[in-house]
Design a protein around this ligand. Sequence first.
Ligand code: VGL
Ligand code: ZN
Length: 212
Amino acid sequence: MDLAMKLSDRDVLLVIDVQNDFCTGGALAVPSGEKVVPAINRIAQKFANVVLTQDWHPRDHVSFASNHAGRQPFQSIELDYGAQVLWPSHCVQGTAGAEFHRDLDVTRASLVVRKGFRRGIDSYSALFENDKKTPTGLLGYLRERELNTVFVSGLALDFCVRFSAEDAREAGFDVAVIEDACCGIDLDGSMGATHQSFRERGIPVIGLEAFL
Ligand code: VGL
Ligand code: ZN
């Protein structure tokens, strides 16, 4: 992808999970997660289309370690749809932790996609839940609005950003990940795996300067 690219009205900025629980002091804090906020606010100005996602779990969600006797956060378990990491309880529906970071400029967002709201299934990707089948509805929105290039930003780079970018690519969109507008968790080498996967799939990782 070119540096100093010209954005068109068919480009969309996808802002993944910039919520209090993923920022410093939150229940599942990504180290310095809030640092993405000024970067995202800046580039969002350049986009005609901005879509936000919001991790939105019921209290009894299957991804919470606290709902599995004898399990600890960051352990992995096998569910009917495959491996699932168990997380500290986070982004519980209606709580302050689930709100967007107060400094995130949400004024340009045309859509907020909530995900992970079914008790029995987690959703990292903004397009499909972790069974890879259950749609969030975002794919239909992008297609109906004829948006064809997706720039991905937000939290966490090695989980929800990664799987959103990969699913969008798989669905046939042009995709790029804006690295300076993302932060990762890095669990068991997940950052390295993410970068390798992006390379294998031909998903470009670009810097902020491309937009300035
Ligand atoms: C996320 C773990 C659990 C994310 C959400 O936004 O990357 N990670 N829920
Ligand atoms: Zn979650």
